[in-house]
Ligand binder design. Structure first.
Ligand code: ADP
Ligand code: MG
Length: 476
Protein backbone atom coordinates (compact mmCIF):
# COMPACT_ATOMS: atom_id res chain seq x y z
CA UNK A 1 0.00 0.00 0.00
CA UNK A 2 1.33 3.45 -0.72
CA UNK A 3 1.18 6.05 2.03
CA UNK A 4 -1.53 7.99 0.25
CA UNK A 5 -3.81 4.94 0.21
CA UNK A 6 -3.38 4.65 3.90
CA UNK A 7 -4.49 8.20 4.50
CA UNK A 8 -7.53 8.31 2.27
CA UNK A 9 -9.98 7.10 4.91
CA UNK A 10 -8.58 9.58 7.38
CA UNK A 11 -9.09 12.60 5.18
CA UNK A 12 -12.83 12.41 5.64
CA UNK A 13 -12.44 13.48 9.28
CA UNK A 14 -14.10 10.65 11.18
CA UNK A 15 -15.72 11.39 14.54
CA UNK A 16 -14.14 9.88 17.66
CA UNK A 17 -17.32 8.01 18.44
CA UNK A 18 -16.47 5.57 15.66
CA UNK A 19 -13.82 4.24 18.04
CA UNK A 20 -14.32 1.68 20.81
CA UNK A 21 -13.89 4.27 23.59
CA UNK A 22 -15.78 4.49 26.88
CA UNK A 23 -18.73 6.95 26.88
CA UNK A 24 -17.00 9.08 29.53
CA UNK A 25 -13.88 9.33 27.39
CA UNK A 26 -15.97 10.38 24.39
CA UNK A 27 -17.79 13.00 26.45
CA UNK A 28 -14.46 14.37 27.64
CA UNK A 29 -13.14 14.61 24.08
CA UNK A 30 -16.22 16.55 23.13
CA UNK A 31 -15.65 18.92 26.06
CA UNK A 32 -12.12 19.49 24.87
CA UNK A 33 -13.50 20.42 21.48
CA UNK A 34 -12.03 17.35 19.83
CA UNK A 35 -14.92 16.43 17.56
CA UNK A 36 -13.23 14.93 14.56
CA UNK A 37 -10.07 12.89 14.54
CA UNK A 38 -7.10 14.39 12.81
CA UNK A 39 -5.83 12.25 9.92
CA UNK A 40 -3.05 10.64 11.95
CA UNK A 41 -5.49 9.84 14.75
CA UNK A 42 -8.00 8.31 12.36
CA UNK A 43 -5.28 6.23 10.77
CA UNK A 44 -3.49 5.07 13.90
CA UNK A 45 -6.06 4.81 16.70
CA UNK A 46 -7.91 1.75 15.35
CA UNK A 47 -4.56 -0.06 15.11
CA UNK A 48 -3.33 1.04 18.52
CA UNK A 49 -6.65 0.30 20.25
CA UNK A 50 -6.58 -3.19 18.75
CA UNK A 51 -3.33 -3.75 20.61
CA UNK A 52 -0.90 -3.80 17.69
CA UNK A 53 2.55 -2.29 17.68
CA UNK A 54 2.65 0.82 15.57
CA UNK A 55 4.98 3.13 13.70
CA UNK A 56 3.27 6.41 12.96
CA UNK A 57 4.80 9.25 11.04
CA UNK A 58 3.14 12.62 10.62
CA UNK A 59 4.26 16.19 10.80
CA UNK A 60 4.48 18.17 14.01
CA UNK A 61 1.15 19.51 15.19
CA UNK A 62 -0.91 16.76 13.65
CA UNK A 63 -2.27 15.39 16.93
CA UNK A 64 0.04 12.46 17.59
CA UNK A 65 -0.13 12.79 21.37
CA UNK A 66 -3.83 11.96 21.58
CA UNK A 67 -3.23 9.04 19.24
CA UNK A 68 -1.06 7.26 21.78
CA UNK A 69 -2.61 8.79 24.90
CA UNK A 70 -6.07 7.38 24.17
CA UNK A 71 -4.56 3.97 23.47
CA UNK A 72 -2.63 3.80 26.73
CA UNK A 73 -5.46 5.27 28.80
CA UNK A 74 -7.92 2.70 27.51
CA UNK A 75 -5.74 -0.13 28.77
CA UNK A 76 -5.04 1.38 32.17
CA UNK A 77 -6.23 -0.36 35.31
CA UNK A 78 -6.58 2.43 37.86
CA UNK A 79 -6.85 0.03 40.78
CA UNK A 80 -3.46 -1.41 40.03
CA UNK A 81 -0.77 0.77 41.59
CA UNK A 82 2.04 0.15 39.17
CA UNK A 83 3.53 1.95 36.20
CA UNK A 84 1.56 0.57 33.27
CA UNK A 85 2.52 3.07 30.60
CA UNK A 86 5.86 4.72 29.89
CA UNK A 87 6.24 7.55 27.38
CA UNK A 88 9.75 8.58 26.34
CA UNK A 89 10.23 12.09 24.96
CA UNK A 90 13.42 13.83 23.77
CA UNK A 91 13.19 17.00 25.88
CA UNK A 92 11.74 18.22 29.09
CA UNK A 93 9.46 20.68 27.33
CA UNK A 94 7.97 17.96 25.20
CA UNK A 95 7.57 15.71 28.21
CA UNK A 96 5.72 18.51 29.99
CA UNK A 97 3.45 19.09 27.01
CA UNK A 98 2.74 15.40 26.58
CA UNK A 99 1.98 15.11 30.30
CA UNK A 100 -0.45 18.00 30.09
CA UNK A 101 -2.23 16.52 27.09
CA UNK A 102 -2.50 13.08 28.72
CA UNK A 103 -3.89 14.70 31.88
CA UNK A 104 -6.52 16.51 29.84
CA UNK A 105 -7.48 13.33 28.06
CA UNK A 106 -7.54 11.40 31.34
CA UNK A 107 -9.97 13.76 33.03
CA UNK A 108 -12.92 11.43 32.48
CA UNK A 109 -11.37 8.93 34.87
CA UNK A 110 -10.66 9.77 38.51
CA UNK A 111 -7.40 9.14 40.25
CA UNK A 112 -5.12 8.45 37.35
CA UNK A 113 -1.63 9.31 38.53
CA UNK A 114 0.94 10.56 36.08
CA UNK A 115 4.50 11.53 36.91
CA UNK A 116 6.87 13.47 34.69
CA UNK A 117 10.51 12.51 35.12
CA UNK A 118 13.03 14.78 33.45
CA UNK A 119 16.51 16.01 34.04
CA UNK A 120 17.01 19.55 35.30
CA UNK A 121 14.63 18.88 38.19
CA UNK A 122 15.60 17.51 41.58
CA UNK A 123 15.66 13.75 42.08
CA UNK A 124 14.25 13.70 45.57
CA UNK A 125 10.71 14.95 44.88
CA UNK A 126 10.55 12.60 41.91
CA UNK A 127 11.58 9.68 44.08
CA UNK A 128 8.97 10.47 46.69
CA UNK A 129 6.26 10.84 44.03
CA UNK A 130 7.24 7.45 42.67
CA UNK A 131 7.01 5.98 46.15
CA UNK A 132 3.39 7.11 46.29
CA UNK A 133 2.69 5.13 43.14
CA UNK A 134 1.97 6.15 39.56
CA UNK A 135 0.10 4.66 36.64
CA UNK A 136 1.81 6.60 33.88
CA UNK A 137 5.37 7.90 33.61
CA UNK A 138 6.39 10.45 30.99
CA UNK A 139 10.03 11.41 30.81
CA UNK A 140 13.35 11.85 29.08
CA UNK A 141 15.59 8.79 28.63
CA UNK A 142 18.49 10.03 30.76
CA UNK A 143 16.43 10.66 33.86
CA UNK A 144 14.42 7.46 33.46
CA UNK A 145 17.71 5.55 33.48
CA UNK A 146 18.84 7.38 36.61
CA UNK A 147 15.69 6.15 38.34
CA UNK A 148 16.11 2.61 37.03
CA UNK A 149 19.66 2.55 38.38
CA UNK A 150 18.59 3.75 41.79
CA UNK A 151 15.75 1.28 41.85
CA UNK A 152 13.22 4.07 42.37
CA UNK A 153 11.37 3.16 39.17
CA UNK A 154 10.11 -0.32 38.27
CA UNK A 155 8.94 -1.06 34.77
CA UNK A 156 7.88 -4.68 35.13
CA UNK A 157 4.16 -3.84 34.90
CA UNK A 158 4.47 -1.69 31.78
CA UNK A 159 2.04 -2.75 29.07
CA UNK A 160 2.45 0.26 26.79
CA UNK A 161 5.79 1.78 25.81
CA UNK A 162 5.64 4.92 23.70
CA UNK A 163 8.60 6.40 21.86
CA UNK A 164 7.45 9.92 21.05
CA UNK A 165 9.41 12.05 18.59
CA UNK A 166 11.61 9.05 17.97
CA UNK A 167 13.52 10.88 15.23
CA UNK A 168 14.55 13.61 17.65
CA UNK A 169 15.57 11.11 20.28
CA UNK A 170 17.82 9.46 17.73
CA UNK A 171 19.26 12.84 16.71
CA UNK A 172 20.08 13.45 20.31
CA UNK A 173 21.93 10.16 20.61
CA UNK A 174 19.45 8.32 22.82
CA UNK A 175 19.53 5.00 20.94
CA UNK A 176 21.39 3.09 23.65
CA UNK A 177 19.32 4.64 26.43
CA UNK A 178 16.12 3.63 24.66
CA UNK A 179 17.49 0.12 24.29
CA UNK A 180 18.20 -0.12 28.01
CA UNK A 181 14.80 1.18 28.96
CA UNK A 182 12.97 -1.10 26.54
CA UNK A 183 14.99 -3.97 27.99
CA UNK A 184 13.66 -3.12 31.46
CA UNK A 185 10.05 -3.37 30.22
CA UNK A 186 8.29 -6.73 29.87
CA UNK A 187 8.55 -8.33 26.44
CA UNK A 188 4.79 -8.77 26.42
CA UNK A 189 3.89 -5.18 25.79
CA UNK A 190 2.59 -2.86 23.12
CA UNK A 191 5.14 -0.47 21.66
CA UNK A 192 4.05 2.66 19.82
CA UNK A 193 6.59 4.72 17.93
CA UNK A 194 5.81 8.26 16.77
CA UNK A 195 7.97 10.39 14.59
CA UNK A 196 7.76 13.50 12.42
CA UNK A 197 10.30 12.23 9.91
CA UNK A 198 11.50 8.79 8.92
CA UNK A 199 15.30 8.67 9.01
CA UNK A 200 17.30 5.43 8.79
CA UNK A 201 17.51 4.87 12.52
CA UNK A 202 13.75 4.48 12.87
CA UNK A 203 13.83 1.19 10.99
CA UNK A 204 16.61 0.02 13.29
CA UNK A 205 14.66 1.02 16.39
CA UNK A 206 11.58 -0.69 15.12
CA UNK A 207 13.38 -3.93 14.20
CA UNK A 208 14.81 -4.09 17.67
CA UNK A 209 11.89 -3.04 19.85
CA UNK A 210 8.64 -3.46 17.95
CA UNK A 211 6.81 -6.64 17.07
CA UNK A 212 5.16 -6.91 13.68
CA UNK A 213 4.39 -3.21 13.74
CA UNK A 214 1.82 -1.71 11.42
CA UNK A 215 2.91 1.47 9.73
CA UNK A 216 0.97 4.66 9.21
CA UNK A 217 2.64 7.34 7.19
CA UNK A 218 0.97 10.63 6.41
CA UNK A 219 2.69 12.63 3.75
CA UNK A 220 3.61 16.20 4.52
CA UNK A 221 0.71 18.44 3.74
CA UNK A 222 2.58 21.70 3.90
CA UNK A 223 1.77 22.56 0.31
CA UNK A 224 -1.87 22.80 1.24
CA UNK A 225 -3.55 26.13 1.69
CA UNK A 226 -2.83 26.26 5.41
CA UNK A 227 0.71 27.57 5.13
CA UNK A 228 1.17 30.53 2.88
CA UNK A 229 4.80 30.75 1.87
CA UNK A 230 6.45 33.86 0.51
CA UNK A 231 10.07 34.35 -0.47
CA UNK A 232 11.84 37.72 -0.53
CA UNK A 233 15.14 38.37 -2.20
CA UNK A 234 17.35 40.52 0.01
CA UNK A 235 20.82 42.00 -0.14
CA UNK A 236 22.90 40.84 2.84
CA UNK A 237 22.60 44.20 4.64
CA UNK A 238 18.81 44.18 4.22
CA UNK A 239 18.36 40.78 5.82
CA UNK A 240 17.94 41.70 9.48
CA UNK A 241 15.99 44.95 8.93
CA UNK A 242 13.67 43.03 6.59
CA UNK A 243 12.44 40.97 9.55
CA UNK A 244 11.02 44.14 11.12
CA UNK A 245 9.39 45.10 7.82
CA UNK A 246 7.66 41.73 7.66
CA UNK A 247 6.46 42.02 11.23
CA UNK A 248 5.10 45.51 10.76
CA UNK A 249 3.40 44.61 7.51
CA UNK A 250 1.78 41.29 8.43
CA UNK A 251 1.50 42.00 12.17
CA UNK A 252 1.44 38.38 13.35
CA UNK A 253 0.70 37.91 17.04
CA UNK A 254 3.42 35.26 17.47
CA UNK A 255 6.40 34.74 15.21
CA UNK A 256 9.28 32.30 15.36
CA UNK A 257 12.33 33.64 13.51
CA UNK A 258 14.92 31.01 12.60
CA UNK A 259 18.57 31.94 12.30
CA UNK A 260 21.35 29.71 11.03
CA UNK A 261 23.82 30.70 13.76
CA UNK A 262 23.83 31.85 17.36
CA UNK A 263 25.61 35.05 16.35
CA UNK A 264 22.84 35.84 13.89
CA UNK A 265 20.31 35.31 16.70
CA UNK A 266 22.11 37.84 18.88
CA UNK A 267 22.37 40.35 16.01
CA UNK A 268 18.72 39.99 15.07
CA UNK A 269 17.59 40.37 18.66
CA UNK A 270 19.51 43.64 18.92
CA UNK A 271 18.07 44.95 15.62
CA UNK A 272 14.50 44.03 16.57
CA UNK A 273 14.73 45.57 20.00
CA UNK A 274 16.26 48.67 18.46
CA UNK A 275 13.16 48.90 16.29
CA UNK A 276 10.92 48.63 19.36
CA UNK A 277 9.77 45.04 19.00
CA UNK A 278 9.19 42.79 21.98
CA UNK A 279 11.53 39.97 21.13
CA UNK A 280 13.25 37.17 23.04
CA UNK A 281 15.89 34.69 22.00
CA UNK A 282 16.37 31.02 22.76
CA UNK A 283 19.84 29.60 22.60
CA UNK A 284 21.27 26.21 23.32
CA UNK A 285 23.49 27.20 26.24
CA UNK A 286 20.68 28.77 28.25
CA UNK A 287 19.85 27.58 31.76
CA UNK A 288 16.63 25.59 31.91
CA UNK A 289 14.98 28.22 34.08
CA UNK A 290 15.71 31.05 31.63
CA UNK A 291 14.52 28.87 28.78
CA UNK A 292 11.26 28.18 30.62
CA UNK A 293 10.74 31.89 31.23
CA UNK A 294 11.23 32.72 27.57
CA UNK A 295 8.83 30.00 26.47
CA UNK A 296 6.21 31.00 29.01
CA UNK A 297 6.30 34.62 27.84
CA UNK A 298 6.12 33.66 24.20
CA UNK A 299 3.30 31.17 24.63
CA UNK A 300 1.21 33.52 26.77
CA UNK A 301 1.51 36.35 24.24
CA UNK A 302 3.75 38.70 26.21
CA UNK A 303 6.39 38.52 23.51
CA UNK A 304 5.78 38.90 19.77
CA UNK A 305 8.92 37.37 18.33
CA UNK A 306 11.06 34.46 19.37
CA UNK A 307 14.47 34.29 17.72
CA UNK A 308 16.10 30.86 17.67
CA UNK A 309 18.44 28.45 15.94
CA UNK A 310 17.12 25.07 14.83
CA UNK A 311 18.89 23.36 17.70
CA UNK A 312 17.47 25.71 20.31
CA UNK A 313 13.96 25.43 18.86
CA UNK A 314 14.12 21.67 18.89
CA UNK A 315 11.22 20.17 20.69
CA UNK A 316 9.38 23.43 20.94
CA UNK A 317 5.66 23.05 20.45
CA UNK A 318 3.75 26.24 20.48
CA UNK A 319 0.28 26.25 19.14
CA UNK A 320 -1.04 29.39 17.50
CA UNK A 321 2.19 30.38 15.89
CA UNK A 322 1.02 32.77 13.20
CA UNK A 323 4.27 33.14 11.34
CA UNK A 324 7.65 31.58 10.83
CA UNK A 325 10.45 33.66 9.36
CA UNK A 326 13.46 32.01 7.81
CA UNK A 327 15.98 34.76 8.37
CA UNK A 328 18.41 32.69 6.34
CA UNK A 329 17.78 29.86 3.92
CA UNK A 330 18.91 26.54 5.31
CA UNK A 331 20.99 24.33 3.03
CA UNK A 332 18.85 21.31 3.95
CA UNK A 333 15.36 21.38 2.38
CA UNK A 334 14.10 18.98 5.04
CA UNK A 335 15.01 21.47 7.76
CA UNK A 336 13.09 24.10 5.80
CA UNK A 337 10.01 21.88 5.71
CA UNK A 338 10.33 21.23 9.41
CA UNK A 339 10.66 24.94 10.20
CA UNK A 340 7.62 26.04 8.24
CA UNK A 341 5.63 23.09 9.58
CA UNK A 342 5.57 24.89 12.91
CA UNK A 343 2.99 27.33 11.68
CA UNK A 344 -0.44 26.47 10.30
CA UNK A 345 -1.24 23.66 12.72
CA UNK A 346 -4.57 21.96 13.33
CA UNK A 347 -7.32 24.30 12.13
CA UNK A 348 -5.09 27.33 11.77
CA UNK A 349 -3.53 29.17 8.93
CA UNK A 350 0.03 30.33 9.04
CA UNK A 351 2.59 32.44 7.23
CA UNK A 352 6.06 31.30 6.32
CA UNK A 353 8.43 34.01 5.10
CA UNK A 354 11.90 33.33 3.80
CA UNK A 355 14.68 35.81 3.15
CA UNK A 356 17.10 34.72 0.45
CA UNK A 357 20.20 36.45 -0.89
CA UNK A 358 21.25 36.03 -4.51
CA UNK A 359 23.90 33.58 -3.32
CA UNK A 360 21.21 31.39 -1.74
CA UNK A 361 19.14 30.88 -4.86
CA UNK A 362 20.58 27.41 -5.26
CA UNK A 363 19.25 26.53 -1.82
CA UNK A 364 15.84 27.85 -2.82
CA UNK A 365 15.97 25.65 -5.91
CA UNK A 366 16.60 22.62 -3.67
CA UNK A 367 13.53 23.58 -1.62
CA UNK A 368 11.45 23.90 -4.79
CA UNK A 369 12.60 20.48 -5.86
CA UNK A 370 11.74 18.93 -2.49
CA UNK A 371 8.31 20.58 -2.45
CA UNK A 372 7.64 19.69 -6.04
CA UNK A 373 6.69 23.22 -6.99
CA UNK A 374 8.04 26.71 -7.50
CA UNK A 375 8.12 29.15 -4.58
CA UNK A 376 6.29 32.45 -4.67
CA UNK A 377 8.54 35.52 -4.83
CA UNK A 378 7.57 38.90 -3.45
CA UNK A 379 9.44 42.16 -3.26
CA UNK A 380 10.51 43.96 -0.10
CA UNK A 381 9.15 47.16 -1.63
CA UNK A 382 5.63 45.82 -1.02
CA UNK A 383 6.33 45.94 2.69
CA UNK A 384 7.54 49.52 2.96
CA UNK A 385 3.98 50.80 3.21
CA UNK A 386 3.15 54.47 2.97
CA UNK A 387 6.61 55.86 3.49
CA UNK A 388 5.82 58.92 5.59
CA UNK A 389 3.19 57.43 7.84
CA UNK A 390 4.82 56.06 10.96
CA UNK A 391 3.81 52.44 11.57
CA UNK A 392 2.16 51.66 14.83
CA UNK A 393 4.56 49.50 16.82
CA UNK A 394 3.61 45.84 17.11
CA UNK A 395 2.95 45.44 20.82
CA UNK A 396 2.01 42.13 22.41
CA UNK A 397 -1.41 42.08 24.03
CA UNK A 398 -0.19 40.71 27.34
CA UNK A 399 2.49 41.21 29.95
CA UNK A 400 3.70 38.55 32.37
CA UNK A 401 3.80 38.86 36.13
CA UNK A 402 6.09 36.48 37.96
CA UNK A 403 4.97 35.40 41.40
CA UNK A 404 7.66 33.86 43.58
CA UNK A 405 5.99 30.65 44.69
CA UNK A 406 4.65 27.70 42.74
CA UNK A 407 3.75 24.04 43.12
CA UNK A 408 6.06 23.76 46.13
CA UNK A 409 3.95 26.37 47.88
CA UNK A 410 0.81 24.56 46.65
CA UNK A 411 -0.22 27.51 44.51
CA UNK A 412 -2.65 26.60 41.78
CA UNK A 413 -3.75 28.54 38.71
CA UNK A 414 -7.19 28.96 40.25
CA UNK A 415 -5.72 30.69 43.30
CA UNK A 416 -4.05 33.33 41.16
CA UNK A 417 -7.10 33.82 38.97
CA UNK A 418 -9.15 34.12 42.16
CA UNK A 419 -6.81 36.73 43.63
CA UNK A 420 -7.02 38.85 40.48
CA UNK A 421 -10.74 38.54 39.81
CA UNK A 422 -11.84 38.58 43.44
CA UNK A 423 -11.04 41.56 45.60
CA UNK A 424 -8.64 43.01 43.05
CA UNK A 425 -11.62 43.44 40.73
CA UNK A 426 -10.20 42.46 37.36
CA UNK A 427 -12.27 40.47 34.89
CA UNK A 428 -11.44 36.96 33.73
CA UNK A 429 -11.04 38.31 30.22
CA UNK A 430 -8.15 40.52 31.37
CA UNK A 431 -6.21 37.53 32.65
CA UNK A 432 -4.43 35.21 30.23
CA UNK A 433 -2.47 32.02 30.60
CA UNK A 434 -1.30 31.01 34.06
CA UNK A 435 1.72 28.71 34.31
CA UNK A 436 2.58 27.21 37.66
CA UNK A 437 6.10 25.77 37.86
CA UNK A 438 7.93 24.24 40.80
CA UNK A 439 8.84 27.51 42.47
CA UNK A 440 7.33 30.30 40.38
CA UNK A 441 3.96 31.16 38.91
CA UNK A 442 3.65 33.19 35.71
CA UNK A 443 0.44 34.97 34.92
CA UNK A 444 -0.25 36.89 31.73
CA UNK A 445 -2.44 39.93 32.12
CA UNK A 446 -3.57 42.54 29.63
CA UNK A 447 -0.74 45.00 29.12
CA UNK A 448 -2.90 47.96 30.15
CA UNK A 449 -3.67 46.57 33.61
CA UNK A 450 -0.24 45.06 34.31
CA UNK A 451 0.94 47.70 36.78
CA UNK A 452 -2.36 47.80 38.61
CA UNK A 453 -2.42 44.00 38.78
CA UNK A 454 1.15 43.97 40.08
CA UNK A 455 0.19 46.38 42.85
CA UNK A 456 -2.97 44.49 43.80
CA UNK A 457 -1.14 41.18 43.97
CA UNK A 458 1.76 42.66 45.94
CA UNK A 459 -0.54 44.38 48.41
CA UNK A 460 -2.97 41.48 48.73
CA UNK A 461 -2.55 37.75 49.18
CA UNK A 462 -2.58 34.56 47.15
CA UNK A 463 -3.99 31.58 49.05
CA UNK A 464 -3.98 33.68 52.20
CA UNK A 465 -0.26 34.42 51.95
CA UNK A 466 1.64 37.51 50.91
CA UNK A 467 3.64 36.99 47.75
CA UNK A 468 6.51 38.69 45.93
CA UNK A 469 5.53 39.71 42.40
CA UNK A 470 7.56 41.12 39.50
CA UNK A 471 6.77 42.48 36.07
CA UNK A 472 8.70 40.59 33.42
CA UNK A 473 9.76 43.04 30.78
CA UNK A 474 12.73 41.16 29.46
CA UNK A 475 11.46 41.22 25.90
CA UNK A 476 12.36 44.86 25.30
P1 ADP B 1 2.03 16.37 17.44
O1 ADP B 1 2.44 15.50 18.58
O2 ADP B 1 1.64 15.61 16.23
O3 ADP B 1 3.04 17.43 17.14
P2 ADP B 1 0.02 17.33 19.26
O4 ADP B 1 -0.41 16.05 19.79
O5 ADP B 1 0.94 18.14 20.12
O6 ADP B 1 0.71 17.17 17.83
O7 ADP B 1 -1.28 18.18 18.86
C1 ADP B 1 -1.24 19.48 18.33
C2 ADP B 1 -2.43 20.29 18.79
O8 ADP B 1 -3.65 19.80 18.25
C3 ADP B 1 -2.62 20.25 20.29
O9 ADP B 1 -2.86 21.58 20.72
C4 ADP B 1 -3.84 19.38 20.50
O10 ADP B 1 -4.53 19.76 21.67
C5 ADP B 1 -4.64 19.63 19.25
N1 ADP B 1 -5.47 18.47 18.84
C6 ADP B 1 -5.10 17.17 18.82
N2 ADP B 1 -6.08 16.38 18.37
C7 ADP B 1 -7.12 17.20 18.05
C8 ADP B 1 -8.43 16.97 17.52
N3 ADP B 1 -8.85 15.76 17.19
N4 ADP B 1 -9.23 18.04 17.35
C9 ADP B 1 -8.79 19.28 17.66
N5 ADP B 1 -7.56 19.57 18.16
C10 ADP B 1 -6.73 18.54 18.36
MG1 MG C 1 4.20 15.32 19.60
Amino acid sequence: MTPSDKTSAAQTGLPFRELPLAPAALANLEQLGYLLMTPIQAASLPIALAGHDLIAQAKTGSGKTAAFALALLTKLNVRRFAVQALVLCPTRELADQVSQEIRRLARSEDNIKLITLCGGAQMRPQISSLEHGAHIVVGTPGRIIDHLERGSLKLDAVNTLVLDEADRMLDMGFFDDIARIAGACPEERQTLLFSATYPEGIARLSRQFLREPQEVILLEQHQGSKIRQRFYEVAEEQRLPAVGLLLNHYRPVSTLAFCNTKQQCRDLLAVLRGQGFHALALHGDMEQRDRDQVLVQFANRSCSVLVATDVAARGLDISQLEAVINVDITPDPEVHTHRIGRTGRVDQEGWAFSLASAKQLRRVAAIEKAQGRAVEWHSLAELQGDGDLPVKPLVPAMLTLQILGGRKEKIRAGDVLGALTGEAGFTKAQVGKINVTESSTYVAVERGIARAALKKLSDGTVKGKRVKVFLMQGSR
